[in-house]
Design a protein around this ligand. Structure first.
Ligand code: PLP
Length: 232
């Protein structure tokens, strides 16, 4: 995409997020925008950085590693929003600010062990399977509290909240049920005494429903960068 269209898309997403967050909550608690740049070149990230964007989301560790090298001169907060295999956890622990997709104790422990002690704790969210289907990533709602209680004992992690990718994007009633479940689960963690306040939900297609349901961090890719072409 040419850089003018990219900037235009970005500005209109910013305005949309601002408008929706004012519409659905107090005007002072804004919704954070994570620009999801997977499959798009470092040059696009640099363009948005120059517009003031600091939070970028990436899914594929190998692709992202290359971008951290190309963009090492920028003060980017990287959000990992894809699955992390154990053998790729070290670079994440060293270079990311956030991981949204923690879904098992083993990966949480590795990330904590590998997080350099001179860095602030890695911000993490637990990915929840809100769909009720086995095929989806994330932990089952009934297992969220136990995993959360483990994560808060890990010194180099800071549990921030919950993340989901709803499965019912085109069925509004089911979508809203999945998003509402997230709010319920977050309150359950708070009732158990955990200091969590993040709901990472909302993509290009469900941004409005997610913000209405209390999202604090939307992860927007194609509405900013355009249609993705995955390498074969
Ligand atoms: C790709 C991706 C996004 C962005 O999706 P868009 O539909 O392009 O906005 C958000 N979250 C996750 C987990 C993703 O994998």
């Amino acid at each position: 995409m040419n850089q003018n269209s990219l900037i235009q898309n970005y500005q209109s997403v910013i305005n949309k997020v601002k408008q929706l967050s004012q519409q659905h909550r107090q005007s002072d608690s804004a919704v954070n925008l994570i620009a999801v740049s997977k499959t798009f070149p470092s040059a696009d990230i640099r363009t948005l950085y120059e517009q003031g964007q600091r939070h970028f989301g990436e899914n594929y560790i190998q692709e992202w590693t290359q971008k951290t090298i190309e963009l090492a001169d920028l003060d980017i907060e990287w959000h990992i929003i894809g699955q992390i295999q154990s053998n790729k956890s070290r670079i994440v622990a060293e270079k990311a600010a956030w991981v949204h997709t923690v879904d098992r104790e083993k990966i949480a422990k590795r990330l904590s062990e590998q997080r350099p002690v001179n860095l602030p704790p890695l911000n993490v969210c637990i990915e929840v399977n809100t769909s009720g289907s086995d095929a989806k990533h994330g932990v089952n709602p009934s297992d969220v509290l136990a995993l959360a209680q483990t994560i808060v004992t890990l010194p180099q992690l800071r549990l921030r909240g919950l993340m989901c990718v709803p499965s019912h994007m085109d069925d509004v009633v089911k979508l809203e049920q999945e998003l509402a479940l997230m709010q319920t689960l977050l309150q359950q963690l708070q009732a158990a005494g955990l200091a969590v306040d993040v709901l990472s939900m909302g993509m290009s297609a469900d941004m409005e429903a997610a913000i209405a349901a209390g999202s604090t961090h939307v992860r927007i890719g194609s509405a900013i960068f355009g249609h993705r072409h995955y390498p074969a």
